[in-house]
Design a protein around this ligand. Structure first.
Ligand code: GDP
Length: 208
């Protein structure tokens, strides 16, 4: 293992579940550390990537226990930065009212959480961008939030497909030039691209 990998492994290995909160107003953040948040459509692979980043098999499973899928789940990494797991959006199988509640929860957090310094939007590489993702890009940019896009499950896609995806997404991101930061191509299954995301979070955590 290289020194950088070892550093990241130690850094992200030290983490704790802070809590599960029903709304942004309920968040108790006694250490008042900065947040980076993870957003994405249901089933995008959010729990898997949080587990890969924190190198814990089941850290994000906590957020999947009944009653917690609709809340904001916070993990503190190395006492320095909060990794905030927001509920999955765009899930067709829940009622319209619940969908609206989840969207409100996400919106209130994004608009109001002063400690939020970066958002990662996860997109299933094979599924591509949906309108609900575009709504999130709009919400983030209207709230003056910097964001990056993490493509997930790239093990399911060919190199040429991913190149085309990147090209079309680059073009879409021209509309968000002020807030869009970068793309990450990841597979939790193959542990690809995870270190790049870790490096990015590590760098963010040094931001005061
Ligand atoms: P969440 O609902 O966004 O938290 O998504 P999960 O992490 O629970 O993953 C949803 C499904 O996608 C599960 O069946 C995972 O096994 C699968 N999955 C997650 N990440 C990957 C990946 O990198 N590659 C592949 N092939 N499947 C994945």
């Amino acid at each position: 293992m290289s020194n950088t990998n070892k550093l990241l492994s130690n850094y992200f290995g030290k983490n704790e579940f802070v809590g599960s909160f029903q709304s942004y107003r309920d968040i108790k953040n006694p250490l008042s550390k900065n947040d980076c948040c993870f957003l994405g459509r249901s089933n995008v692979g959010k729990s898997s990537i949080i587990n890969s980043i924190t190198r814990k098999k089941n850290l994000a499973k906590t957020s999947k226990t009944p009653g917690r899928t609709q809340s904001i789940n916070i993990f503190l990494i190395n006492d320095q930065i909060n990794l905030v797991d927001l509920p999955g959006y765009g899930y067709a199988k829940v009622s319209k009212v619940m969908r609206q509640n989840l969207e409100t929860l996400i919106q209130e957090y994004v608009e109001n959480q002063l400690k939020l310094i970066h958002a990662y939007i996860l997109i299933d590489a094979k599924v591509g961008v949906k309108n609900s993702d575009i709504d999130m890009f709009d919400l983030l940019s209207e709230s003056n939030r910097n964001f990056s896009i993490i493509f997930t499950k790239i093990d399911k896609c060919s190199r040429s497909y991913l190149d085309e995806l990147e090209k079309s997404m680059k073009s879409l991101m021209k509309s968000y030039i002020k807030y869009f930061n970068q793309f990450f191509f990841t597979s939790s299954k193959k542990f690809e691209g995870i270190i790049d995301v870790q490096k990015d979070i590590y760098t963010l955590s040094k931001q005061l």
